[in-house]
Design a protein around this ligand. Structure first.
Ligand SMILES: [Zn+2]
Length: 96
């Protein structure tokens, strides 16, 4: 779910890696041809750019989902009608 698809720049194999790891400066080996892929924000390679972009997108979605979860934990229901008990005189017991 939180992984992105990466395509090897050499053998074109598609594989997946965690979006959280796929950041600027990250590198990993292709599971197929073992070439080392370097992930940099300023990479000119379209496969790398695409992987970086989708990783950023996934991380953004995760952050937003997390923010939504945190913003609405279990808010106490706001009752719009605040019914103040109309002066119902309490029966006072007089002790004589
Ligand atoms: Zn490869």
């Amino acid at each position: 779910m939180s992984s992105v698809q990466i395509q090897c720049i050499r053998c074109k194999t598609m594989f997946r890696d965690r979006a959280g790891r796929l950041q600027d400066g990250y590198s990993r080996q292709c599971p197929c041809c073992e070439v080392v892929l370097f992930f940099a924000e300023d990479s000119q390679h379209p496969f790398i750019k695409r992987a970086m972009r989708s990783a950023r997108q996934v991380r953004k979605e995760l952050r937003e989902a997390e923010a939504v979860r945190r913003a609405a934990p279990q808010e106490p229901r706001m009752a719009p009608r605040s019914r103040s008990s109309t002066g119902r005189a309490r029966v006072q017991e007089r002790s004589e």
